[in-house]
Design a protein. Structure first.
Length: 192
């Protein structure tokens, strides 16, 4: 899959996609986990993994949301409906090369990030904007577990006096800080 296709139509709701692209290209091989299916990731990850012969696992608690993407189910793309126990992801795929964190409930995100901090190659996290923000997932509690961190800064929504949606990539194995200074979406998003 070409970068232009993977990054097509990126908005704040999909701004984790540039970091996913960089993570996939950096790791080159290995399994990929998507925790939380979505319009901004599932089909793009499916196409990328299919084209590059990488195994993709999509996990979600919302069966209706997951059903939107079941046409992507294949030998290289498995779907798992999570009922109460997100630990199933780590049982199925204990050492992914790339992981996307964008699942519910929001308070579960930091638990899974911490569980994978030494086992995942690169973890891409959505909704990491600093306060003030509508969604506060407590990410400031997990940054200390990572050697390398880069944030995709989307700036501030001045009308709502709120930060726009950010995304971040963290790793203890890959120096994602080398991506700092890259811009996407005609400079609308900057990695810092």
């Amino acid at each position: 899959m070409e970068q232009s296709k993977f990054l097509e139509n990126v908005t704040d709701w999909e701004n984790h996609r540039p970091l996913l692209w960089l993570a996939l290209e950096e790791t080159k091989t290995g399994e990929v986990i998507e925790m939380g299916c979505g319009d901004g990731s599932t089909r793009q990850l499916h196409e990328y993994c299919k084209y590059n012969n990488r195994q993709l696992y999509s996990f979600d608690t919302d069966q209706k949301w997951m059903d939107k993407f079941l046409d992507c189910k294949s030998t290289t793309h498995q779907f798992h409906h999570v009922i109460n126990h997100w630990e199933v992801a780590q049982q199925i795929c204990p050492k992914p090369s790339v992981m996307l964190i964008d699942h519910a409930p929001g308070e579960r995100r930091i638990v899974d990030i911490k569980n994978y901090c030494d086992h995942a190659g690169i973890i891409v996290i959505h909704d990491t904007q600093p306060p003030p923000t509508a969604a506060d997932y407590g990410y400031e509690r997990i940054w200390k577990y990572f050697k390398y961190i880069v944030h995709l800064d989307a700036g501030k929504n001045h009308e709502a006096n709120d930060n726009r949606t950010w995304a971040s990539a963290v790793s203890n194995h890959y120096d994602v800080t080398k991506w700092r200074g890259l811009t996407f979406n005609d400079g609308d998003y900057k990695l810092k």
